[in-house]
Design a protein around this ligand. Structure first.
Ligand SMILES: Cc1cc2nc3c(=O)[nH]c(=O)nc-3n(C[C@H](O)[C@H](O)[C@H](O)COP(=O)(O)O)c2cc1C
Ligand SMILES: [Mn+2]
Length: 479
């Protein structure tokens, strides 16, 4: 078997980045400690054990990919990098994985640790696990936050794994929130149009790689290939006899059941990724659970949203920045040095760094980025900066805005652009979900770029000379 969550935990422990917390209550306490922990520098992963009312060993993990180090570990990227260097390394790796996806089809196996406990019928109780109520105003306890929801397209047979939040309604019923257009939502729709219940599995504890690929927008039916390509060995899957759906052999907890047509229960509200409870409770599809698989002493993988930067921000920023970066290059924009969502605004605030080659180059990049799929429904600001500015460093970006933009000529507003129902700036109920975009051109003005005031900096040979002379000085890693 490939590296599982427990191997991952051992590695993180060895890195000195795992903190164990005993006795925190599932009701708000785990959620509160998790959110407070995000602000720590560095911010360790938290493993909660001995949750009151639950047997010791039934654990909850949070903060799994909060930092560049653990994100790199999870995605099999080089260690020791951060900022723009990690973005560039990740971009290279994404290209390698995508080129070899076809070589990593998942393999069905017969046995695995997740079969240690197979629970069916009357015995099923989703609250047998210490499922947290994450935020005070949440409408319930959410078992699925760092999950992978597995469904099958009834027409093509393709299997999908997507991260969609899952709330517990009662011992045997869960609610699921899926945005229209997601692969999982299309599957549900297709089964329901045939008048049939949609078979569903939800893996709610696993190696964080499984979660991180489930929340990536990859080609239909390719999530398990993608996980295999990143791991460098095919995913091993078991088959659930009841639904016929596959699930990772190294999952910690998997729930299996059916999402019937026509049945909906109130789901939400839930503290969301932008830091607000932006949507009220609403009727959402349910999963009637008929089977639960779990390892002995299982670990639930929690990744609750919150006021950013939160549990998932860093990983989401890194992976989506790679996708936007590639799409911009594919659209024909030359000399892009980097694209970076921000950890506080995510897709709402994006920075592009490029070497200006022609008049209009900066606006071209900004307009395109503001409308690309990964930014289309959430973006508000796109800032374009020159190649000497690190787009991953907000202080550098703010310096560029402060010194290289003139509000009168540098800001463009595009009206009536796409938004989403989660937009906190749209007063609901709304007739239509529009927002606007601002493009901030914080590049040196192209027509007098050669005359632009010189930046105060030290030439590399000067820095080297001073560094050699003052070796005991605590030099920053990057100059
Ligand atoms: C932490 C996290 C939570 C998410 N929660 C949801 C959710 O509740 N519902 C949803 O529709 N999308 C959610 N998403 C986005 C989807 O997981 C993402 O778009 C993914 O590509 C969906 O898989 P699909 O492309 O196979 O549909 C979430 C993403 C992240 C990073
Ligand atoms: Mn998909």
């Amino acid at each position: 078997m490939a590296e599982d969550l427990r191997d991952w935990l051992r590695k993180v422990d060895k890195m000195g980045e795992l903190e164990k917390i005993d006795g925190a209550h599932w009701d708000i306490e785990i959620g509160c400690l998790t959110a407070l922990n995000w602000k720590r520098k560095p911010s360790p992963a938290l493993l909660f054990d001995n949750v009151p009312g639950y047997p010791g060993g039934y654990r909850v993990l949070t903060g799994s990919t909060r930092t560049p180090e653990r994100t790199a570990l999870t995605l099999n990227l080089a260690q020791g990098l951060s900022g723009l260097a990690l973005l560039k390394a990740a971009r290279q790796k994404f290209a390698e994985w995508e080129a070899k996806l076809e070589s990593y089809p998942p393999r069905i196996v017969a046995d695995g640790p997740v079969l240690e406990n197979v629970v069916a019928g009357k015995e099923i109780d989703l609250l047998k696990f210490p499922v947290p109520k994450w935020h005070e105003e949440d409408g319930g306890r959410y078992i699925g936050t760092g999950d992978a929801v597995i469904t099958r397209d009834p027409e093509t047979g393709l299997v999908n794994a997507g991260t969609y939040r899952v709330m517990v309604h009662d011992e045997k019923t869960a609610g699921i929130y899926i945005n229209p257009g997601r692969h999982g939502a299309l599957h549900l729709q297709k089964w329901h149009e045939k008048g049939q219940a949609c078979p569903v599995l939800v893996s709610v504890g696993h190696h964080p790689l499984i979660f991180r690929v489930a929340c990536l927008q990859v080609a239909a039916g390719m999530e398990f290939h993608y996980m295999g390509a990143i791991r460098g060995e095919p995913m091993q899957l078991l088959r659930d006899e009841m639904t016929g759906l596959p699930f990772p052999v190294d999952s910690e907890i998997v729930i299996a059941g059916w999402c019937p047509p026509g049945k909906r229960l109130l789901e939400g509200p839930f503290g969301e990724w932008h830091g607000y409870y932006a949507s009220k409770e609403r009727a959402a599809p349910v999963i009637e659970v008929e089977r639960v698989y779990h390892r002995n002493n299982p670990v639930l993988l929690g990744s609750p949203p919150g006021r950013p930067p939160s549990d998932s921000s860093y990983n989401t920023v890194l992976t989506n920045s790679v996708i936007l970066f590639n799409e911009l290059i594919k659209a024909g924009v030359p000399d892009v040095q980097g694209v970076w969502l921000s950890e506080s605004g995510l897709s709402q605030f994006i920075t592009v760094s490029l070497k200006q080659r022609y008049a209009g180059h900066a606006r071209q990049a900004a307009l395109l980025v503001s409308q690309l799929r990964r930014a289309a429904s959430g973006n508000r600001y796109v800032v374009v900066v020159d190649e000497d500015i690190d787009p991953t460093d907000m202080e550098d970006v703010m310096w560029a805005i402060s010194t290289r933009s003139n509000p009168e000529t540098s800001i463009d507003i595009i009206r009536r652009t796409m938004s989403s129902s989660l937009d906190p700036m749209i007063r609901k109920p709304a007739e239509a979900l529009f927002n606007s975009r601002a493009i901030i051109d914080a590049c040196k003005p192209f027509e007098w770029i050669m005359e632009f005031p010189k930046v105060i900096e030290f030439k590399p040979d000067v820095v080297e000379r001073v560094r050699k002379k003052y070796q005991s000085f605590p030099w920053p890693a990057h100059q």
